[in-house]
Design a protein around this ligand. Structure first.
Ligand SMILES: O=C(O)c1cc(C(=O)O)c2c(n1)C(=O)C(=O)c1cc(C(=O)O)[nH]c1-2
Length: 253
């Protein structure tokens, strides 16, 4: 793990953050490699979409938590766009609705998805870790925790191409969520990275920024570990969680 021993220049700090992504971002997880490579069946893709809904619906809550630590009106006005991107505003239905439509297109019942009844406990715990971290962290560190988004456009491109090419049950309308993120994430991350590079100027601040990114890559990785154990191998689905066989009939209709 990176230990900051002398103050890093802004570009050195960025390089350190990027190196964490290169080593730990969840595009490297075997679950994603299978998902994008066409190695999953419908039930496994459903399990992923259902569980990932937990993260989606919690992102605005996390951003409100960050804003509750923000005393600067100008910064709040910039950051709140992220909330609108997910919750929707005016004509834009928002990312959460786009995700629900993806789940429905995969044959899942909207109300079942929204209830989050069938999700793996690890999905909920991972999200809670992220939200609670942002609730308590100083603003700079809360901002830094979103910086996994530096690496997200690459995974979204891989996912759009991989899922369209490899699954006959996925069509263009279903990858709308990821297409939107291709422009939203770089805009978000440009702002957050610039802010972090300007404001993390001491050794402790830089270390906390780096540790926030370690925390976040762990949050993302842990969710996929749980899904892998439940839905790939050895098939250890926790009691009460989504069982693909129970949902195939709806998908076939
Ligand atoms: O599909 C993905 O792999 C992925 C990863 C991440 C991420 O790196 O946290 C986000 C998203 N997608 C995403 O769609 C999204 O809106 C988002 C917001 C945030 C955040 O931390 O504020 N991360 C992510």
């Amino acid at each position: 793990m990176i230990k900051v021993t002398t103050v890093l220049s802004p570009d050195e700090l960025e390089a350190a953050l990027r190196s964490i992504g290169a080593e730990r971002y969840h595009n490297l997880h075997p679950f994603h490699k299978m998902l994008h490579g066409g190695e999953m069946n419908l039930g496994q893709v459903q399990a992923w979409a259902l569980n990932r809904y937990v993260y989606q619906q919690g992102i605005p809550i996390k951003d409100y938590a960050i804003l509750s630590n923000c005393e600067d009106k100008e910064l709040r006005n910039i950051w709140r766009q992220r909330i609108f991107d997910h919750d929707g505003l005016g004509d834009d239905i928002g990312g959460i609705e786009r995700w629900l439509r993806l789940c429905e297109s995969l044959g899942l019942d909207r109300d079942y998805v929204k209830s989050m009844e069938g999700v793996h406990p690890a999905s909920k715990h991972a999200l809670e870790t992220y939200i609670n971290f942002c609730r308590r962290a100083p603003l700079l560190i809360g901002f830094a925790s979103c910086l996994t988004e530096l690496f997200a456009p690459k995974i979204h491109k891989e996912r759009i191409a991989g899922m369209l090419e490899n699954y006959d049950f996925v069509d263009d309308s279903m990858v709308g969520y990821f297409r939107e993120r291709l422009t939203q994430a770089p805009r978000d991350v440009d702002f957050a990275l610039k802010y972090v590079k300007e404001h993390a100027v001491t050794i402790p601040q830089q270390q906390e920024v780096i540790d926030a990114l370690y925390m976040k890559t762990g949050v993302l990785w842990a969710q996929l570990d749980a899904l892998y154990l439940a839905y790939v191998s050895p098939g250890m689905i926790p009691p009460g969680c989504f069982v693909p066989e129970d949902h195939q009939a709806a998908a076939a209709q």
